[in-house]
Design a protein around this ligand. Structure first.
Ligand code: NAD
Length: 503
């Protein structure tokens, strides 16, 4: 980044160069704990986006043929550089996004795991071979890269989610155009600098910034073959429809309303700790945050314990030691979450703990909301229907586990869920009957590690294949099937036939 008028500008990355945008349209990147303007981010022009795609298209010609070992070694080097720069990456992330330094390191680390996985691409991008499918005939498959792929990422994991995307796309032989969240693009850019330092060649990774116009340009661009999106259901549905209509392969990981079921036999202390961390940690701005708890039977008596646990969490700036709950990402997010809490009160939910307007000494201008807990929440209320994306937990009750499962399966979202119990039989029944992508059994935020794939049901996901794991190798490659026959010098010609002899 360079500095003009004392405020640094975020650069575009085109053809291996970090360049200043020529746009007139700029937004501020703001520290949500202090309102300090950290940088200005450009909304790239249509011409700049075209240039990024053209650079990726050009680089694909050679990158697609780069030996798999050479591609893998770049990611071996990249994971090392990310480790060496972990503290700096976390500090940038906390400053622009708000989460605690520990959560910021977690954000980088979960992305780093995907980079490590990308370094093993030699074992992942393997085809299949069947010998003698007919006399003297073999069939095998090639998993070939698609071309220019694009990624559009949300604000809440500005390290992990870009790293879900470009390492696996590039490792499989594609080139990439990334459009990070305009709210916190700085850590993403630092990760891109490190990627180039690790050896990603010019044009193989490009970055453009912007909002709706940049996203639409990516969806429509004829030279982009695949789009990976992570963000809200509203925008993701639009991206899915628009990019699919333009003939692209698309995967969209979208919004959530994650429920936990608590059975009365659960380990009480462990369960309360897990719920408090998952509901209020990272200010409730995780796509896998627990936002609804269904207390079954006698567990309904645990509400005061849950409130007491929530009250132990410390609200402060993410950089301060001992902080559990940092600020929300923006003033707009603060207004939205505060407004939804007010609606919850008006619609008749019981506000057991009100986290609005906490006093945070030294950070009086920060976008803070403390842990907030409603009981008596019903499915018709706004706080149940909408993804609040703040530290607000809705508690509801069910007489039986099956009633709780029915409630969860009736919710439009199916991103994550968890059950807390000591009964293996109950957990197994839950695992069988629940229609949700990520399922935790005494694990509150069951984000899969990179050898598995992130997934989702119903409104939480569009497209068949997930953003990492084995599925993403399928997503970023085209399977080509080769059926092959070779003739000996003195082989006698057979009958003229267009099909192989399957006898
Ligand atoms: P968002 O949908 O507002 O933004 C995502 C991306 O879309 C950003 O890059 C943004 O610039 C762009 N965008 C915004 N408005 C647009 C428009 N009108 N047209 C085209 N593009 C537009 O999401 P967010 O607020 O940044 O992130 C939070 C959301 O992401 C939550 O809903 C959360 O559940 C979801 N999320 C889901 C997962 C998952 O894996 N399922 C992971 C992380 C976040």
């Amino acid at each position: 980044m360079t500095t003009s008028n004392a405020i640094p500008t975020v650069k575009l990355l085109i053809d291996g160069e970090f360049i200043e945008s020529t746009t007139q349209d700029w937004r501020d990147v703001v520290n949500p704990a202090t309102q300090e303007v950290l940088a200005r981010v450009p909304f790239a022009t249509a011409e700049e986006i075209d240039r990024a795609v053209a650079s990726a298209q050009q680089a694909f010609k050679t990158w697609r043929k780069t030996p798999i070992g050479a591609r893998a070694r770049i990611f071996l080097k990249y994971q090392q550089l990310i480790r060496e720069n972990m503290k700096e990456l976390a500090a940038i992330l906390t400053a622009e996004q708000g989460k605690t330094l520990a959560d910021a390191e977690g954000d980088v680390f979960r992305g780093l795991e995907v980079v490590e996985h990308a370094a093993g691409i030699g074992n992942l991008q393997l085809g299949e071979l069947a010998n003698n499918v007919a006399a003297g005939v073999d069939t095998y498959t090639l998993l070939q890269p698609l071309g220019v792929c694009a990624g559009i990422t949300p604000f809440n994991f500005p390290a992990m989610i870009p790293l879900w995307m470009f390492p696996m796309a590039i490792a499989t032989g594609n080139t990439f155009v990334l459009k990070p969240s305009e709210q916190d693009p700085m850590v993403t850019m630092r990760l891109c600098e490190l990627a180039l330092e690790a050896g990603v060649p010019p044009g193989v990774l490009n970055v453009v910034h912007g909002g709706a116009d940049a996203v639409n340009a990516i969806c429509d661009h004829p030279d982009i073959k695949a789009v990976s999106f992570v963000g809200s259901t509203r925008v993701g549905t639009h991206v899915y429809n628009r990019a699919s209509q333009a003939g692209k392969r698309v995967q969209c990981m979208m919004g959530a309303k994650n429920h936990a079921i608590v059975l009365p036999d659960a380990h009480k202390e462990q369960t309360l700790n897990a719920i408090a961390g998952a509901a209020f940690g990272a200010a409730g701005q995780r796509c896998m945050a627990l936002s609804v708890v269904v207390l079954v039977g006698e567990a309904q008596a645990w509400i005061p314990d849950l409130v007491a646990k929530a009250q132990t969490l410390k609200v402060n700036a993410g950089v301060e030691v001992g902080t559990d709950v940092g600020p929300l990402v923006s003033c707009a997010a603060l207004d939205r979450v505060s407004g939804l809490i007010e609606r919850g009160v008006q619609e008749g939910a019981r506000l057991e703990l009100d986290g609005r307007n906490p006093s945070v000494s030294g950070y009086e201008n920060g976008n803070f909301v403390g842990p907030t807990l409603f009981s008596g929440v019903s499915p018709s209320m706004s706080i149940y229907r909408e993804e609040i994306f703040g530290p607000v937990l809705c508690v509801t009750a069910a007489a039986t586990m099956d009633e709780a499962i029915e409630l969860i399966n009736a919710n439009p979202n199916g991103n994550g869920t968890a059950i807390f119990t000591r009964s293996g039989a109950a957990a197994r029944h839950f695992q069988e009957e629940i229609d949700v992508g990520q399922v935790g059994i005494n694990v509150p935020i069951p984000v899969p590690v990179p050898m598995f794939s992130f997934t989702g049901s119903r409104a939480s996901k569009l497209g068949d294949l997930g953003p990492y794991g084995k599925q993403v190798v399928q997503f970023y490659t085209q399977t080509k099937t080769i059926t092959e026959r070779w003739f000996d010098e003195n082989e006698v010609g057979g009958p003229v036939n267009t099909t192989i002899n399957l006898k």
